[in-house]
Design a protein around this ligand. Structure first.
Ligand SMILES: [Zn+2]
Ligand SMILES: [Zn+2]
Length: 162
C-alpha cells in the first residue's frame, strides 16, 4: 500500500514539472510539445492503473477486515456458548446434589425431610428414605439392602441444603 502511494506521488510530481522555456526553432518546439503530450498521456495511463490497483487493494483490505471481524465474532459466540453449557451442567449438578431423588424436592436442614444417607452413601430426605425402606428394604438408587438403623444424619455444607 505504501509503495503504491509513493508511486502515485512521483507521478503527480512528474506531471507538475514546468515545461522548459522554448528557445529552439518551431520544429524543435513542436517536437517538444508532442513529447510532452505523450509523456502526459503515459503518466495519466500509469495513474489510472495505480488508482485501479489501489482501489482493488482497498476493497481486498475491507473484505479481509470484515472477514476477520466475523471470525472474531464467531469465536466469541462459540466461547460464550460453551461457557453457558458448562454453567448449565454445573447448575444441573448442583440441583441434583441438593435434591432428594425420591420426591425430587430439596432436603432441609432440620425437620422430617432433613438430609440423611444410607450405608451406600446415597443421600435422601429423611422421611422419604424411611418410607422407601419400609416398602422394600433397599436403597432406591443402587438397590443395596437398607435398614432403618443405617440411616445417618448428614450435616451438610450450606450449598447442599436449603
Ligand atoms: Zn424426599
Ligand atoms: Zn444407594
Amino acid at each position: 500500500m505504501e509503495k503504491i502511494e509513493k508511486e502515485l506521488e512521483r507521478t503527480e510530481q512528474q506531471q507538475q514539472e514546468p515545461t522548459e522555456p522554448s528557445n529552439g526553432n518551431l520544429e524543435e518546439q513542436v517536437r517538444k510539445l508532442r513529447d510532452h503530450n505523450l509523456r502526459v498521456k503515459h503518466l495519466n495511463t500509469q495513474r489510472r492503473r495505480i488508482l485501479r490497483l489501489l482501489q482493488g487493494k482497498m476493497l481486498q483490505y475491507a473484505t479481509l477486515e470484515e472477514r476477520l471481524h466475523r471470525i472474531g465474532e464467531l469465536v466469541l459466540i462459540a466461547e460464550l456458548h460453551s461457557g453457558v453449557k458448562t454453567l448449565n451442567q454445573r447448575l444441573d449438578r448442583m440441583v441434583e446434589n441438593s435434591t432428594c431423588s425420591i420426591c425430587l424436592l430439596p432436603w432441609t436442614d432440620n425437620g422430617i425431610h432433613r438430609l440423611v444417607s444410607l450405608r451406600c452413601g446415597h443421600l435422601f430426605g429423611s422421611s422419604c428414605i424411611h418410607m422407601a425402606i419400609r416398602r422394600n428394604h433397599r436403597c432406591p438408587i443402587c438397590r443395596r439392602r437398607a435398614r432403618h438403623f443405617h440411616v445417618r444424619r448428614i450435616y451438610s455444607p450450606s450449598f447442599l441444603s436449603h
